[in-house]
Design a protein around this ligand. Structure first.
Ligand SMILES: [Mg+2]
Length: 256
């Protein structure tokens, strides 16, 4: 099936490498959290939210490992110790839940102050508009938390795109390379899986989606990992959303 003939009721988009450059997450968001964690903790240290996050961070198995690495670790858990630990987690690319929660709060401040804007490729707002005008729904499935997804689209380089989005899913529904996750998403959307078109940059995610009955197309954005010849043969590959501008709802006409 070519893009011009495709029909769907829901477009399910991945973020990193699909709507947004991979470098935005790695070169903007993570460094922002790293640079602002100590200030953020200092300003919010006595608040209940932060107290809970600090408690949860101490339960992370790597915490004692990190503490043991320090020659001058304080006896008391203080701002410096916790911020150092968070920077350690970011540097090790360890995505533990309390750190994700904390990063989300730091980013929320950055977006609200205008210091951060969520990157979206220039073809994204037009495609969102066209799909919605055609009566399709748009949903998001990303390994970033739902809160972080809403910030990227709510404070995007193209303005507030959040009104276009009717559902958000993160790894609470399961991992992105597992069929089960896509079964769950189809159930939650109350939609026939065949009527859901998943857009992603990762062939393993496309494969999982397809095995659950979804349609899948792979994005080859600048900076995305190269695809093998096999992968290029197995999937429709597009450079941006423009070929999908004319996506339509299924009609009731009998199939030829
Ligand atoms: Mg991706």
């Amino acid at each position: 099936m070519t893009t011009s003939e495709r029909v769907a009721k829901v477009v399910l988009v991945d973020i990193e490498g699909t709507t947004t450059s991979i470098s935005f997450v790695h070169d903007v968001l993570f460094p922002y959290a790293r640079a602002n964690v100590e200030r953020f903790l200092r300003e919010s240290w006595v608040g209940d939210n932060t107290k809970q996050i600090v408690q949860d961070l101490q339960q992370v198995p790597e915490f004692s490992e990190y503490r043991a690495l320090l020659s001058d670790a304080p006896a008391e858990v203080d701002v410096e110790l916790i911020s150092g630990f968070v920077r350690y987690l970011i540097d090790q690319d360890l995505k533990v839940t309390p750190m994700k929660t904390l990063q989300g709060l730091i980013w929320a401040e950055g977006y609200a102050s205008g210091e951060l804007k969520g990157h979206v490729y220039e073809d994204v707002p037009g495609a969102f508009q066209a799909w919605r005008d055609a009566g399709l729904q748009i949903a998001v499935y990303s390994s970033g938390s739902v809160a972080a997804q809403k910030l990227i689209f709510g404070y995007s380089t193209a303005g507030n795109l959040q009104p276009h989005l009717s559902a958000h899913f993160d790894t609470h529904v399961g991992h992105k390379q597992e069929k089960q996750s896509y079964d769950t998403i189809a159930k939650l959307l109350k939609e026939d899986p065949h009527q859901i078109l998943f857009l992603t940059d990762i062939p393993g995610e496309a494969a999982a989606a397809r095995s659950a009955g979804l349609q899948a197309i792979i994005l080859q954005r600048p900076g995305n990992a190269a695809l093998t010849d096999d992968q290029k043969l197995s999937y429709e590959v597009i450079p941006d959303f423009k070929p999908l501008q004319n996506l339509k709802l299924p009609t009731n006409k009998p199939q030829a």
